[in-house]
Ligand binder design. Structure first.
Ligand SMILES: [Zn+2]
Ligand SMILES: [Zn+2]
Length: 256
């Protein structure tokens, strides 16, 4: 599985992009810094999108992607839990901001087709076995396990304390997760539903207790103001747990 990091932060600037990832050039995980990371040709190769939750930094680029694909004659399938589908259909793609890409250019071949997925119920997307698992966040949110061959990726999306409740339901060898704030701001992390290095470490220890191993860890969604601190604190977690943590950066391509 080729995992291309398109955006690895929770705030956008000239040098940081909102969260988005691309699997094997065809499957998108969250649509933050999506279109600004890809050529038109690469955008035309996208066949499906999985959205973790309705927050703007994860759904925003459906709009510019819709414009890019408008004349392609293709329909891209978008998968999410009910809350996200409802928001995207009724607020983002309702035709107010841009054409209604769920019916445009024609109801038979719209740019996007929404699919509501149930928690814990495996579904097929482009031949990948996918499954949504609830995670703790400020709004209803899902992590997604995506299996292809021997690769079992669990993408948590945005999540906070309580991530360990997902562990009995998934079996990843690669964990793509978030660390937004440093250990110095546990209150904000708790209110917003995000991880700090301490919270990630706790959850990885829970994982190890339950499964007897720790998957490969890739971290994204850093808050730029906390980034230097998060990197330092994650280096300490690496030392304590005796493992490597990959901190993702935009345009990084990982063979997982
Ligand atoms: Zn969020
Ligand atoms: Zn976010």
């Amino acid at each position: 599985m080729e995992l291309r990091i398109l955006g690895a932060h929770n705030a956008e600037s000239k040098t940081t992009r909102l969260e988005s990832h691309l699997i094997d050039k065809v499957l998108v995980l969250d649509a933050g810094g999506l279109t600004r990371s890809l050529s038109f040709e690469e955008q035309a190769g996208i066949r499906a999108v999985i959205l973790s939750h309705r927050h703007f930094d994860h759904v925003r680029d459906l709009l510019p992607l819709g414009i890019s694909l408008l004349n392609s004659g293709k329909t891209v399938d978008v998968y999410a839990i009910e809350d996200t589908v409802k928001f995207v259909s009724e607020k983002l793609l309702d035709g107010t901001l841009y054409p209604n890409f769920l019916e445009f250019p024609s109801p038979e071949t719209p740019v996007f087709r929404m699919h509501t997925v149930e928690f814990f119920k495996e579904f097929d997307v482009l031949g990948y076995k996918a499954m949504a698992v609830p995670v703790y966040h400020a709004v209803p949110a899902a992590g997604f396990q995506i299996i292809s061959g021997d690769t079992r990726l669990f993408y948590t999306g945005d999540t906070g304390k309580g991530l360990s409740e997902a562990w009995p339901h998934v079996n990843p060898n690669v964990l793509l997760t978030e660390v937004t704030f440093g250990n110095g701001d546990p209150d904000r992390a708790a209110v917003a539903g995000h991880l700090t290095p301490n919270l990630l470490e706790e959850s990885l220890n829970d994982f190890k207790d339950l499964k007897g191993y720790i998957p490969k860890i890739i971290v994204a969604h850093m808050n730029p103001a906390w980034e230097a601190t998060v990197r330092r604190e994650l280096a300490e977690v690496e030392q304590r747990l005796g493992l490597d943590i990959q901190i993702s950066e935009a345009d990084m391509v990982l063979d997982i």
